[in-house]
Ligand binder design. Structure first.
Ligand SMILES: [Zn+2]
Ligand SMILES: [Zn+2]
Length: 603
């Protein structure tokens, strides 16, 4: 009746509206909201067994029942919360005596429901222990049943402590079960989430996929303080922000396990220190955030295993290596202990962030890498990195400022490639080199052709597309969930470790990118001639080049045309073979029918 029409319920009952609404709200949490039922069903129940207006005069018990309900609702609003808090404190649930004397709850059904809710809140689930407890409660209910009327009888309670006295045996029994359930639950949790014996290795199938996997959050609670924080954009920054390793304050240094300490020192200038992107926690926010802006700096430590061929990785080689910590490593920076986040908890070994610990001036990094397990000799290096955040337009500006590759340089490289064909290569007339013009992401011709300084392929990717496709860390949901809040919610800057060339996987950080002057000129000419749909070109040793146009026309495979096509296809594949031998990866080029359209001489 209350959920249908609160005012009608208010009229029926003697208490104030606040008490009545409060009591029904409690009932809604213990039972279920009536709104979950269909309206028709609710209306039917509101009229059962009598119409609301006839309620107090009805045949089912009359005014007496109504008074009983009113008393119970009043007590519920007044006592329920303190009674519930008391059960949690004392460690055993409601007793029948309490439900009768303090709440005036005469219904055995409702008594049992209130008891069950209380039992669950104490941590005793609906398992065997829960069943034992329910049975004891039912027995207690039976002993209270008055033999004559079948209704709940109640011996009057006259002095405080009498309930406890009368139920001492039952209380002890309940407490025993609650303790057993608590112990069972904590040991179950322990064996589920943590290896039970220190030193136990977490088996591979239980490792999380990555640091943002929910499993990783559960498993690395002991390192919650070093989880990658939410990174937000400073107010006023309109463009997307990119992070990349800019310099190595401590260059890659071989880290061989030994029983003495390593010590590294590096300087941070006042100007750099002022730009440090440190964690901050606004008043009232539950999680710290890091504010990023154009020019912001971060510092971190990484340990990587380099291929045996790298005696000492260059900065470009270093930037493409994955983190790999030695089995035993202990680090302090400026006397503060550093955490090492490893693969079993995070899906992969993660860099150690030190931005919040660095000082202006000299920083001292002490490392102990003891030789305990006789680890097979790995080519492992350690470096301290400084990362910079740059806005989109500043990345583009930076790359232009690093200078374009002059046209002559590119042509000289092509000439050298063509001049040194291997013996088993069959040449068809004048040799030429095929270069794909399509960007690996968009499959259309680049606007600004760029490649890394270490790239050996002639192909370029489009700079804008390259920047736009750099991924960010998955966003961290704020703990307020659906509730409206003022938590900062701006896009994360790009992931600093996603700068591997899409063609050869070498370093393609903004600091290593160059724009190719020759291909830039080729594009300008193609644009002027309306041939931007071109996907591939051929360059001869003398610098002349021709474009290969894809045609939809694949008929007419007879006579001269057919032979010309197969010859050109063979030339293209031989050019690719010679490139392949030099250790580069070629993107799969289109093998559709091609037609040479023209030759442009370069002066
Ligand atoms: Zn490359
Ligand atoms: Zn929030």
């Amino acid at each position: 009746m209350w959920s249908q029409d609160p005012q009608q319920a208010h009229r029926c009952l003697p208490q104030g509206r606040q008490t009545i609404d409060g009591a029904f709200a409690i009932l809604e949490t213990v039972l279920k909201k009536n709104q979950l039922m269909s309206t028709a069903l609710q209306q039917w129940f509101a009229r059962f067994p009598v119409l609301p207006e006839q309620f107090s005069r009805g045949p089912v018990g009359g005014a007496g029942v109504l008074m009983e309900i009113a008393t119970f609702l009043g007590n519920l609003a007044k006592e329920y919360e303190s009674l519930t808090a008391a059960t949690l404190h004392r460690g055993y649930p409601f007793l029948v005596d309490e439900l009768l004397s303090r709440l005036g709850c005469a219904s055995t059904v409702l008594q049992f429901i209130l008891f069950t809710a209380c039992r669950r809140r104490l941590g005793v689930q609906d398992d065997q222990l829960g069943n034992e407890m329910d049975t004891a409660f039912r027995k207690d209910q039976d002993s209270h049943r008055c033999s004559t009327s079948g209704r709940m009888g109640l011996a009057p309670i006259t002095q405080p402590g009498q309930i406890e006295q009368r139920n001492a045996g039952l209380i002890a029994y309940f407490r025993e079960i609650v303790t057993a359930a608590t112990a069972a639950r904590s040991s179950a949790q322990y064996s589920l989430r943590f290896p039970s014996v220190p030193g136990t290795v977490i088996p591979r199938p239980e490792w999380p996929y990555g640091p943002s996997d929910r499993k990783s959050i559960m498993m690395s609670l002991h390192q919650a303080h070093v989880r990658s924080p939410k990174r937000v954009t400073r107010e006023g920054e309109k463009e997307r922000l990119y992070q990349a390793v800019k310099t190595l304050p401590v260059g890659p240094t071989s880290l061989v396990p030994k029983n003495t300490m390593y010590q590294f020192r590096f300087e941070i200038s006042e100007e750099q220190f002022a730009l440090a992107a440190t964690k901050s926690q606004a008043c009232g926010n539950l999680l710290p955030v890091v504010e990023h802006y154009n020019g912001a700096l971060r510092w971190r430590i990484r340990c990587c295993v380099a291929p045996a061929s790298h005696e000492m990785p260059t900065e470009q080689q270093w930037a493409t290596l994955d983190v790999s910590w030695p089995p035993n490593i202990f680090m302090t920076l400026n006397h503060q202990v550093l955490d090492v986040r490893r693969q079993p908890h995070n899906g992969k070994d993660l860099a150690t962030e030190i931005t919040d610990l660095v000082v202006c001036g000299t920083n001292v990094l002490n490392i102990s890498c003891p030789d305990l397990r006789r680890e097979s000799a790995q080519n492992r290096f350690l470096a301290v990195e400084m990362l910079e955040t740059l806005s989109h337009s500043n990345v583009v500006k930076l790359i232009w400022s690093q200078g374009t590759i002059p046209e002559e340089e590119t042509l000289a490289t092509i000439k050298k490639r063509l001049a040194s064909p291997t013996d088993d290569e069959v040449s068809f007339g004048e040799p030429d080199l095929s270069i794909d013009l399509a960007d690996p992401f968009s499959a259309t011709i680049f606007k600004l052709p760029a490649r890394g300084v270490d790239c050996t392929h002639m192909e370029c990717f489009d700079l804008e597309t390259w920047l736009n496709t750099r991924p960010s860390k998955p966003p961290i949901k704020c703990p307020h969930r659906q509730a409206r809040c003022t938590c900062p919610n701006t896009p994360e800057p790009s992931n600093p470790d996603k700068w591997r060339c899409p063609i050869c996987s070498k370093d393609a950080r903004p600091y290593s990118l160059r724009i190719d002057g020759f291909l830039l000129k080729v594009r300008a000419q193609l644009e002027a001639e309306g041939k931007l749909q071109t996907k591939s070109m051929r360059v001869r040793a003398d610098g002349s080049w021709s474009v290969v146009l894809e045609t939809d026309d694949d008929g007419g495979s007879d006579g001269e045309g057919s032979r010309a096509r197969s010859a050109s296809a063979a030339a293209a594949s031989s050019a690719q073979t010679s490139l392949g031998r030099k250790g580069t990866t070629q993107p799969t080029s289109s093998t559709g029918p091609r037609r040479e359209v023209e030759v442009i001489e370069i002066d």
